[in-house]
Design a protein around this ligand. Sequence first.
Ligand code: F6R
Length: 604
Amino acid sequence: MCGIVGYIGTKNTKEILLEGLKELEYRGYDSAGIAVLQGDDFSDFKAVGKLVNLEEKTKEFITDKFAVGIGHTRWATHGKPTELNAHPHLGESSYVVHNGIIENYVELKRELQDSGITFLSQTDTEVIVHQFEKNLKTSENAFEAFQQTIQEIKGAYAVLLVTKSEPGTIFFAKYGSPMLVGINAENEKYFASSDTPLIGSCSDVNYFEDGDYGYVTADEIIIFDKDSQQKEPVFSKLSTNKLSAQKDGYRFFMEKEIYEQSTVIADTLLGRLGEDEILFDELPGDLFDGVNEIKLCACGTSYHSALSASYLFERYSKTRTSVEIASEFRYREPLMSKDTLFVVISQSGETADTLETLKMAKQAGLKTLAICNVDNSSMVRLADATILTRAGIEKGVASTKAFATQVIVFWMLSLYVAKSKNSLSSQKIAEHIALLREVPASVKVDDEMHEKLKRLSKRYLHGHGFFFIGRDIFFPLALEGALKLKEISYLHAEGYPSGEMKHGPIALADPELFTIALLPKHLHYEKAKSNVEELSARDSTICAISAEEFSKADDFIQIASHEHYMLEFFEMMVVLQLLSLEISVRLGNDVDMPRNLAKSVTVE
Ligand code: F6R
């Protein structure tokens, strides 16, 4: 995802900004830029692609005196990765960089355009700088104009702004996106959106809290809180280990990515939830016209999210849905009819088998849609339409937050179609939207739960196999739970529909067969429970996950009591991810880079 750096001091500002941006490269980006104010001279540089392109552009640029500078790496969300869309964004005499999403940018942009302002980019960010300059015309000073601007924007943001009207100052604001300021003995000030760029340059850092805003000069750091009360910075010592800083203190990237699901899901939802409708501005209005069937095609974890989607599409959108494993689909001479919307799902957008099926569908004249995490990837470029999942870069080879955000997109999409087909009432859609808003809280990792799973994991390091079982949409979740465990523990695990066990697999039941049973309270509870009882009667070791007490289990993991099965789905997803992680840790495996696996499978 996007990264921010900022600097006030007398050293080589250009180098400091570029070095800082390099430290944020691991987060993923598709364009970058810097703006530097030295005295009265403003200079800005932007480049698409890797940072070497920006370095090349700034080769002749010299920064050898006191300066303020801001820099940004952009992971495209609103608008393609182009130079015009890259940050910093320029007004008449100010620049801004921003992480997050401005939810009310459409209204603000319209008002600004009506007052004669020309926008150069397609981004939501550009409204900040124009709104600031508009306010500057009627304010006492730049800070007042900035404060007013922050009160006018809605959404999630970490913002840095520099302006000629107050040289030597960086204005900042933070809400929902991380940002910190660092200091050192040489009286320099550094900003960044995570620790890593500051390691080695700063001794102490202040992490801004949601609602904080203010300004920093060479001599002072002025912070106001969400109630506009001035407060003192709270400094803490900065770690000196870069790799662990990239992991934000977690042991593994996979663990960090499990923990950040709450935040990335909030990003996936941002700007897309209306009162009783889903807003996918990125979709052409006629995408579903004449569509009688949806065909979903993917590999691995993305295939599991597609399977989950099929339950939602048939249940809520009343649209016939089929799901295909890409490597099978491409060689089985499939029949494709033009009333089918062909949807590919991929974290990377580069998986060779899935990409090939997209080409086949296009060739057959089908409408196509990509659900993808990486803008400008091959699938995004090829498909007629795209919904980005906004999960940020996923480093752990075992996919976690990508899966979570894909299912969220599918849930939203099923409601989007339901609205256009009138298959759900507005009131029902509004109820679902209220539930969607609860997901970020439901996937927050509970420390006690994590501790319990750590302890429990020691009982599941052997045996002759695992069955993860569930019914309905919990069947694909069971498949995903089994895949996670296989990938990082190297133990044999299968996902199975609970009701199918007695048609064969139950023959394996004995105390060394571990059954991980998903028992949602709000979906076929009694049916799923009796399936588990059948296994328990045959002495299989049962680990049940449910909100309801279940006496037949050897181990019981109690989730919170939710009002809807989809919230149970997301909380159980976290439990399964953590359980696999802890088993893998106990077995001494490389959690982030399991043997024989690659993050992006670009060969068939
Ligand atoms: C599992 C995993 C893989 C991928 C699969 C498809 O944890 O990561 O199964 O889901 O290789 O990759 P994408 O989604 O990039 O097409």
